[in-house]
Design a protein around this ligand. Structure first.
Ligand SMILES: Cc1cc2nc3c(=O)[nH]c(=O)nc-3n(C[C@H](O)[C@H](O)[C@H](O)COP(=O)(O)OP(=O)(O)OC[C@H]3O[C@@H](n4cnc5c(N)ncnc54)[C@H](O)[C@@H]3O)c2cc1C
Length: 483
């Protein structure tokens, strides 16, 4: 009976597990293997938080495998070397893995496939980045036509989601595994418990049931003070739930929706899953976006890059409560609401004129869902330098954003407790409180909570000047080259 290796990467699940299913179909015994790769764990912007989440998820996966007669083999080292070693020890004739599309993953897999029988099955997105392209075969660089083309491709049927296998035969061998050495505690109160059951539970709670939360998505998704989004991103990031299953769940919800707003809400959530695939596709076809702006005319912006202002942003002490709340939510939980991500990113790039790559790096160090494609897409969109980007003159006013999306300041009070007693009408601009009011509510601005690090009106004009100038210079350079 043949043995195969199931090489697990960012697909830490048993449900809808196409690579494992293929391995089980082709071989009698399967060795589930995860390789802790120093090229990733020691990379710039590697995240200790994400490492803990990943390792807890591996412990949980090991438990699930043991209930099915198997176990997880965990090793450290270069994937090509570890795979060759485990193949030799187990006599495995094939390696099955879910495809991964980041530039590093593709290089790594090409190197492995050069010397070992690697078979890639499925992927972290529903559609492969080469499957959704224009009629002439070139990639889309604008979201809306991409989204339409994505939807015109065949979509999975609900009965195509593969159940978790009940038994996973493991070869009768002693294979060394470091999984026992991890021994990480899991905290019952953890906001993002790292296991597949939690991912399944979240998807069900969001998209299934009589009145699923997804039906209110359009109304609530931007509200910082309400729990209006799925909070599934860390689970999608690590493949603890498949993109296929999420798409199927929302399609079923859309069919069940009896009224317009519910249907529109389900459609809007599906569109967010498509943004995720759009950015994967962009990174696949344009890997240089990790180094530079997608737009050539905005590559030389003279950033101010003031290190003290950057530190104030990182630490959530800019003096703009909505910005500080977002940054502190990130520091405490490893996650930030999408509206807050847009606000803090706009503030860093457009108010402080700090290079968007600094913010991108900081997010990668702290986000549980930190993903090179989505993160780069989000930062370049905000900076106005990316595909389909927000126009450069769109600059969020942090006070108005706060008033609109956290009207009573509850999100701020949760993350910036020193402002707890500030009245609603001043919570988004506490520097306007009189000395008397500051004394009454027990917070002195400039001592207990910072003065604004920058004046938004001035910063806005400064940024518009810089971007306009940069665009003019780019046009002149192009003309010069032509002339
Ligand atoms: C500056 C910036 C950086 C970001 N960095 C990341 C990142 O590193 N990883 C990441 O997964 N998302 C990133 N996003 C996108 C978005 O903020 C998160 O996906 C979302 O907040 C996750 O919360 P949720 O699961 O409740 O999302 P929901 O609103 O429930 O959406 C469902 C899923 O769709 C996907 N999604 C939603 N919005 C986007 C989007 N704009 N781009 C790509 N995918 C999306 C996510 O997988 C998400 O879990 C970033 C956005 C910005 C503005």
């Amino acid at each position: 009976m043949q043995t195969a290796i199931w090489w697990i990467r960012r697909d830490l699940r048993l449900t809808d597990q196409t690579a494992l299913t293929a391995a089980l179909q082709e071989a009698g015994d399967v060795v589930p293997l995860f390789v802790i790769d120093p090229a990733l764990t020691e990379a710039k912007n590697a995240s200790p938080k994400r490492q803990v989440f990943l390792q807890q998820a591996l412990q949980s996966l090991d438990g699930e495998l043991r209930q099915r007669g198997s176990r997880l083999i965990l090793r450290r080292g270069s994937p090509a070397e570890v795979l060759a070693q485990v193949a030799a020890e187990s006599g495995a004739a094939a390696i099955y893995a879910e495809a991964d599309y980041s530039p590093y993953a593709r290089r790594r897999d090409a190197a492995v496939a050069h010397s070992l029988p690697l078979k890639l099955v499925g992927g972290p997105s529903l559609h492969h980045p080469e499957a959704v392209v224009k009629a002439d075969g070139t990639p889309y660089t604008v979201y809306t036509p991409y989204m339409r083309a994505w939807k015109s491709q065949p979509l999975p049927r609900p009965d195509s989601i593969l159940p978790a296998p009940s038994r996973i035969p493991f070869p009768a061998l002693e294979l060394v595994s470091e999984i026992g050495e991890l021994n990480l505690p899991t905290d019952a109160a953890q906001i993002f418990p790292a296991n597949e059951a939690e991912a399944q539970h979240r998807l069900m709670a969001f998209a299934e049931g009589a009145t699923p939360r997804v039906f209110q998505y359009v109304d609530l998704r931007n509200r910082l003070d309400l729990n209006g989004t799925s909070q599934l991103s860390p689970y999608l990031r690590f493949g603890m739930i498949s993109a296929r299953q999420a798409v199927v769940a929302v399609q079923v919800a859309e069919v069940r929706a009896t009224e317009g707003l519910a249907r529109k809400s389900a459609e809007t959530w599906l569109n967010e899953l498509i943004w995720r695939e759009f950015y994967m596709t962009i990174l696949y076809h344009f890997p240089d976006v990790l180094q530079q702006s997608f737009r050539a005319d905005l590559r030389q912006i003279p950033w101010r890059n003031d290190v003290q202002e950057f530190a104030a942003w990182c630490e959530g002490r800019t003096g703009y409560p909505i910005v500080d709340a977002g940054m502190r939510q990130l520091a405490h939980t490893g996650w930030m609401h999408n509206r807050a991500r847009m606000i803090v990113a706009s503030f860093l790039v457009k108010d402080l004129l700090v290079d968007w790559r600094w913010g991108e790096g900081f997010f990668m160090e702290h986000l549980l869902d930190g993903d090179p494609a989505a993160n780069n897409g989000g930062w370049q969109w905000t900076a106005g330098t990316g595909t389909d980007a927000a126009p450069y003159f769109r600059i969020f006013n942090p006070v108005l954003q706060g008033e609109k999306f956290d009207p009573a300041g509850e999100y701020i009070r949760q993350w910036v407790p020193e402002l707890t007693n500030v009245p609603d009408e001043r919570i988004h601009k506490p520097w306007e409180m009189t000395e008397l009011l500051q004394a009454e509510v027990g917070v002195k601005i400039g001592r207990d909570y910072p003065q604004p690090v920058v004046d938004h009106g001035m910063a806005r004009r400064r940024t518009l000047d810089v971007y306009q100038m940069e665009k003019m210079v780019a046009v002149q350079n192009r003309r010069g080259r032509r002339g």
